[in-house]
Design a protein around this ligand. Structure first.
Ligand code: SAH
Length: 348
């Protein structure tokens, strides 16, 4: 009986400010009350409407009749030698996604998932082998952050968030934008927009929509190849949005002062790692405020790809740096537990 009641109500986590304001309007409740309720939930971790002492009794019971609080369940933790933790998160319907917590001296970064699987079918990515099972709700996206933070000590609380786990964030557009608003709102989770990065394979139409949202979240773009022929093979989405369209859209994307895009480039031995590739990358990126993250391919069984030698990676980096680009070699985190970039997929 209780279960039925719960299912018929809405998860408060992930409910957007706009939606809650609309609901309050219908209830004839002043919309500023939304901020009060958000503060209780997101600042004071209150999970019981009846405890919200500055809210009227009738509104408290209305909220309790219509909403519940539900978070993904941590089903398993795997600790990496480098200190990272990979979490298997179980959603309400039993679906599983992965989130990875990565500590460094100054920051604790959470890499979270936006879809169960992915439908973009990039040939070097393990998640692609799952296909798309379903989209995550906004509540399930922010829920990964909240549930993991709840079990971490004060000193380990998440400071930065990257949308680089399973799925293509911009292919699950509305829930991702709702999640980003809740995450960065001062009334809710208060994460600085500077500390949140959304990674995309380059859905040009959605990048255009995204800039209209005025969120000022950092964007990471997975370029991964220097010519259309190679990118068509690595990332089939390139057939729809080829490199020139992607670059053109980035050139027009308004950035706040001091901000720049991140360009991700997975290095695959003999495929996209030559000096000629580096030369073409430089040409494409001319005039775009950006830094380049070079990610040596993370190997997994069943792939034909290999990472280049360390020397090749360094040479590629140095080619870019000599042409005045900031290029970083992304340290592979959590590789020993299959928790690294593109290695996320629930192992059966
Ligand atoms: N779909 C989004 C976000 C998820 S993938 C995107 O494409 O950006 C996050 C990053 O991991 C992307 O830059 C992707 O190119 C990279 N990646 C995927 N598989 C990888 C692998 N096996 N080794 C290294 N990087 C990988």
């Amino acid at each position: 009986m209780k279960m039925n009641l719960k299912l018929s109500t809405q998860n408060f986590f992930g409910t957007s400010e706009t939606e809650l304001k609309e609901i309050f309007c219908k209830w004839n409740v002043e919309t500023y009350r939304v901020n009060q309720v958000f503060t209780w939930v997101y600042h004071y971790n209150c999970r019981d409407f009846s405890e919200m002492s500055n809210i009227s009794k009738s509104l408290r019971s209305k909220l309790a009749e219509n909403f519940h609080f539900s978070l993904p369940k941590i089903q398993k933790r795997t600790h990496s030698k480098d200190g990272s933790i990979k979490y298997l998160m179980e959603l309400n319907d039993g679906a599983i996604v992965e989130s990875v917590w990565m500590p460094s001296d100054s920051r604790k970064t959470l890499c979270l998932s936006t879809q169960v699987g992915c439908r973009l079918n990039c040939s070097f990515c393990l998640t692609a082998s799952l296909g798309l099972k379903r989209n995550l709700t906004a509540g399930e996206i922010i829920g990964q952050h909240i549930a993991i933070n709840e079990e971490l000590e004060e000193k380990d609380q998440i400071t930065n968030v990257v949308f680089m786990g399973m799925g293509e964030p911009l292919d699950n557009y509305v829930p991702v934008v709702d999640a980003l608003r809740i995450m960065t709102s001062p009334e809710a989770m208060k994460v600085s927009t500077r500390k949140v990065t959304v990674s995309t394979s380059g859905l040009v139409n959605k990048i255009k929509d995204f800039q209209e949202e005025g969120l000022h979240i950092n964007l990471a773009i997975s370029l991964n190849a220097s010519d259309n022929k190679t990118r068509d093979i690595l990332m089939p989405i390139n057939k729809k949005y080829p490199i020139e369209e992607l670059i053109d859209c980035l050139k027009k994307y308004p950035l706040k002062p001091q901000r720049r895009h991140t360009i991700e480039y997975v290095l695959l031995e003999g495929i996209n790692d030559s000096d000629e590739d580096a030369q073409r990358v430089v040409k494409w990126l001319q005039g775009i405020p950006c830094k380049i993250n070079l990610i040596p391919f993370n190997f997994f069984d069943s792939t034909v790809y290999r990472p280049p030698s360390e020397n090749r990676v360094l040479e590629f980096q140095s080619y870019l740096m000599k042409r005045n680009f900031s290029a970083f070699i992304r340290k592979n985190r959590a590789t020993d537990i299959l928790g690294a970039c593109g290695q996320l997929a629930k192992q059966a």
